[in-house]
Write a protein that binds this ligand. Structure first.
Ligand SMILES: *[C@@H]1O[C@H](CO)[C@@H](O)[C@H](O)[C@H]1NC(C)=O
Ligand SMILES: *[C@@H]1O[C@H](CO)[C@@H](O)[C@H](O)[C@H]1NC(C)=O
Ligand SMILES: *[C@@H]1O[C@H](CO)[C@@H](O)[C@H](O)[C@H]1NC(C)=O
Length: 188
């Protein structure tokens, strides 16, 4: 009887030890399929970005600048926050597929070189509710600019890729712009 009790308590102690050991880990290797990820896909997204600075309801606002920004030909030091609509066609009235939310700042003294830090928040089809994060340099007066996609959420988990931006229309008087985006992204 006493011997059985002893064996039982050793067994219990052993299982308690192994349970606490398997509960405590900092890292381990897992397979992508254990997270429901099967095959990596490449998706091409195409949309138009509306950056409206001058309007009754602007979508981008300047929030800061340096004392010397107004004497800089590149607006060095100016910081803008945007919540810009993304549409399927160049017209603002065309179907909205998402929004570009983030910051752009003039970070070059020799050309119009913007630091772009933003999230594309999508609202269309299977991408509704998923986001992509962009961090890159945008030489806004050049032809096609390329910015890295550094990650994403929702269907865009594990994303990597790039976005190409090409100015569709730019009004020098108002500063308002429509920019065509082609985004190429790997995700599961
Ligand atoms: C630039 O802005 C500063 C205030 O930040 C002002 O004192 C200065 O007069 C402005 N310079 C020009 C050229 O507008
Ligand atoms: C996107 O998702 C939101 C919330 O789940 C929903 O209200 C909305 O109707 C969806 N939009 C589209 C275009 O599917
Ligand atoms: C994407 O961003 C929106 C806000 O724009 C947020 O509501 C949503 O939860 C994000 N999606 C995921 C999958 O995190």
């Amino acid at each position: 009887m006493a011997r059985n009790l002893l064996i039982l308590s050793i067994l219990l102690l052993f299982s308690a030890l192994t349970a606490s050991e398997s509960d405590q880990y900092f890292s381990k290797k897992i397979s992508p399929s254990s997270l429901g990820h099967k095959k990596e896909k490449l998706t091409h997204l195409h949309f138009y970005f509306h950056d409206i600075i001058t309007a009754k309801n602007p979508t981008a606002v300047q929030v800061a600048e340096a004392a010397m920004t107004n004497t800089s030909s590149t607006l060095f030091g100016a910081v803008f926050i945007m919540d810009d609509p993304l549409t399927v066609a160049p017209e603002l009235t065309s179907k909205m597929v998402g929004r570009a939310q983030g910051i752009y700042a003039s970070a070059s003294q020799s050309d119009l070189g913007l630091l772009m830090v933003l999230n594309f928040a999508f609202m269309e089809g299977k991408f509704n509710g998923s986001n992509l994060s962009v961090l890159g340099r945008n030489a806004a007066l050049s032809g096609i600019r390329e910015m890295p996609i550094v990650g994403g959420s929702g269907v865009f988990r594990f994303s990597r890729g790039y976005a190409q931006a090409k100015t569709h229309t730019f009004d020098i008087k108002t500063g308002n712009a429509v920019v065509e985006y082609n985004v190429y992204v790997f995700h599961y």
